[in-house]
Design a protein. Structure first.
Length: 277
């Protein structure tokens, strides 16, 4: 598996060169140019899905790539009424993977990878579902707009096409105490009211916008009854608290925060994802 994913990454390098986040001048990207670029990036099914989103008047068009990840890519789009949107497209069978296929025929490890790819369809719907539950509870997450096959359309967190920075890249927070406690309050609401644990919460999956933390990347969120939910929650809290240590002198301990949210005092098993490394 490891070598397969290495190969994938290797083949992906520079794949998006034509679609990097543009300079201001580039931003007036022409439809025809983009379509050409798009043909190289999306598989036919994804292009079909994008066309369906346009026909349904959910998006006017997709303009540029905001982020390329291992499982999904995020694009900047607009609605017909001019709202800024983020369109997250989970990779199902992109041409990249077809290229990989050639190199891995007969490789038993790839069969596993292939079935894993097919299950990517599920990630979009999980992300949309979790976002919806969280958003309805008033937690700061991007407002979910639409789910179509492997595509999640949501509110764009940012300004004029520039995404808000990930918390990890923010080194100046105006009122860190308020920001920290408001984030903790969201994690608490997520646990108590939405009955979800994010499970991959860290300064990578938080966008800092208008002095607030927006939680993103919800696909791996689990129900609080999941076998590992408490361990994931403890780890989520550990990452957040660690980050805010640079901004605040007087922080409660992770144990205290965990106890305050769940009413449970964390035992070594609950802490095991953190203390093992
Ligand atoms: N709703 C959004 N608004 C603005 N930017 C977003 C939004 N969702 C994702 N992004 C951008 O895309 C990046 C990757 O998104 P994320 O959901 O974390 O996907 P990945 O699975 O690749 O980690 C984010 O760090 C952020 O820069
Ligand atoms: Mg992420």
């Amino acid at each position: 598996m490891k070598s397969t994913s290495k190969l994938v990454r290797f083949l992906e390098d520079d794949f998006y060169d034509d679609l990097r986040e543009p300079t201001k001048r580039d931003r007036r990207i022409k439809d025809s140019d983009f379509f050409e670029a798009k043909e190289g990036v999306f598989d036919t099914k994804t292009i079909e899905a994008i066309e369906a989103l346009k026909r349904r008047k959910i998006i006017l068009d997709i303009y540029w790539v905001v982020s390329t990840g291992k499982e999904a890519d995020v694009f900047y789009a607009k609605s017909p009424s001019g709202e800024e949107l983020a369109v997250k497209i989970y990779r199902v069978h992109t041409s990249k993977f077809r290229r990989v296929e050639i190199y891995t025929i007969g490789d038993r490890r790839f069969n596993k990878a292939r079935s894993k790819l097919k299950s990517k369809w599920k990630w979009a719907s999980r992300e949309f579902k979790n976002l919806t539950i969280a958003w309805k509870k008033g937690i700061h997450v991007p407002k979910p707009i639409a789910l179509y096959r492997n595509i999640v359309v949501m509110e764009f967190i940012g300004t004029d096409g520039t995404p808000a920075p990930q918390l990890k890249d923010v080194d100046n927070i105006e009122n860190p105490t308020t920001v920290f406690y408001s984030l903790l309050n969201d994690v608490k609401k997520l646990y108590r009211e939405a009955r979800l644990v994010h499970s991959d919460l860290s300064p990578f999956n938080i966008l800092y916008h208008n002095n607030l933390c927006y939680i993103i990347d919800m696909a791996q969120g689990v129900n609080i009854n999941h076998e590992y939910a408490l361990r994931f929650l403890y780890r989520d809290l550990y990452y957040i608290t660690n980050y805010f240590m640079a901004f605040l002198d007087d922080l409660p301990s992770v144990d205290e925060i965990f106890q305050e949210i769940t009413g449970i005092s964390p035992d070594p098993i609950i802490k095991s994802l953190v203390t093992n490394h």
